[in-house]
Design a binder for this molecule. Structure first.
Ligand SMILES: NC(=O)c1ccc[n+]([C@@H]2O[C@H](COP(=O)([O-])OP(=O)(O)OC[C@H]3O[C@@H](n4cnc5c(N)ncnc54)[C@H](O)[C@@H]3O)[C@@H](O)[C@H]2O)c1
Length: 304
């Protein structure tokens, strides 16, 4: 079950945090693993130590450095992976960082840099790998393809202190769903995870206390290692039918997001014509009565 022997996996941002655990998981299942991280001293050390850890248990890993959102670096990631391992079967887009601020105070750079690393970071790698898989399929070759994207619950609930991050994470879902629609005919699956874990990203600020390990040594629900088995499963042959799904994962839980659906349409009682504002009010006001609570919220990083 879950055997990935002979498969090749690329994980972006895999030196630390969730990506590192996912790389270890995929290697434990037998995949040859490419650890990508940014070319900065601490990230390089982390990436190399992740690869050493994998080699330490007899796994196969290599490091390819580069910015996940840079087109040249992404092209190099694909090419170097193919040169070294001869194929690419599992693409886990994971890398990213946060620059939290409210919408009132966010600079252009805080917005652009976070959208770039997450949304563009997914885009360039998703484009490259899906083009590779599609070309192989069109050439009549066997293709084993698994695309796993990393979103966040911020995308569905909003996050008052993270307008940049929440927007990027929502875009990732939309982009992955489109890829899933295109690629299912080749037997390639594309899914999205929404993790919760204690990592450098969540170890400071408002989430820090909530995510700490229990002092009594009992199960640490926010250990990033708890997220990795789902990535290993979605990458596996057994998950070949599962595509176009969004899964919240942490601790000992996996919750599948219900597929979006529209409530019954309210039709203009005046017939096939454009709504008048007072008719719209009459039709909608009953739904937004005294019991209605404006603005719903869920799992949200509070504003700083
Ligand atoms: N930790 C959580 O609770 C949580 C919740 C929801 C979503 N996520 C998502 O999970 C993913 C992993 O986050 P994490 O919590 O492990 O954070 P982390 O900070 O521990 O790890 C992020 C990794 O990405 C790397 N990285 C940053 N910019 C990069 C770039 N331009 N190119 C290549 N690598 C780069 C970092 O060096 C680091 O190794 C992110 O996409 C994050 O948004 C995390």
């Amino acid at each position: 079950m879950g055997d990935l022997t002979g498969k090749v996996a690329v994980i972006t941002g895999a030196g630390r945090g969730l990506g590192r655990e996912e790389a270890i998981q995929l290697a434990q299942q037998g995949a040859r693993v490419v650890i990508n991280d940014i070319n900065r001293p601490e990230a390089v050390d982390a990436a190399q130590s992740a690869a050493e850890e994998i080699k330490g248990f007899g796994g196969d890993a290599m490091v390819i450095l580069g910015d996940c959102a840079d087109s040249n670096d992404a092209e190099n990631l694909m090419k170097s992976t193919l040169d070294a391992y001869g194929d690419l079967n599992i693409m886990v887009n994971n890398a990213g960082f946060c620059r939290d601020k409210t919408i009132f105070g966010m600079s252009d750079d805080e917005f652009d840099s976070v959208v770039r690393v997450h949304l563009r970071g997914h885009f360039v790698n998703m484009r490259n790998v899906t083009a590779y898989w599609r070309d192989k399929a069109k050439a009549g070759e066997d293709v084993y393809g698994r695309l796993i994207s990393t979103s966040s619950e911020a995308a569905i609930y909003g996050s008052a202190g993270q307008p940049n991050y929440a927007s990027a994470k929502a875009g990732i879902i939309a982009m992955t769903m489109g890829a899933a629609q295109l690629l299912i005919k080749y037997g390639i699956t594309c899914n999205v995870i929404m993790p919760r874990a204690l990592t450098d990203m969540t170890a400071t600020g408002q989430t820090a206390e909530m995510f700490q390990a229990p002092a009594d040594g009992s199960f640490h629900a926010f250990d990033p290692a708890n997220v990795a088995p789902l990535v290993g499963y979605l990458a596996s042959p057994e998950a070949g039918k599962i595509s176009g799904e969004v899964m919240v994962v942490w601790g000992n839980e996996v919750a599948v997001l219900e597929r979006p659906s529209l409530a019954d349409a309210i039709v203009n009682p005046k017939g096939a014509k454009k709504w008048a504002v007072d008719d719209l009010h009459a039709a909608l006001a009953t739904q937004y009565d005294d019991n209605y609570v404006s603005v719903w919220g869920g799992y949200s990083v509070p504003p700083t």
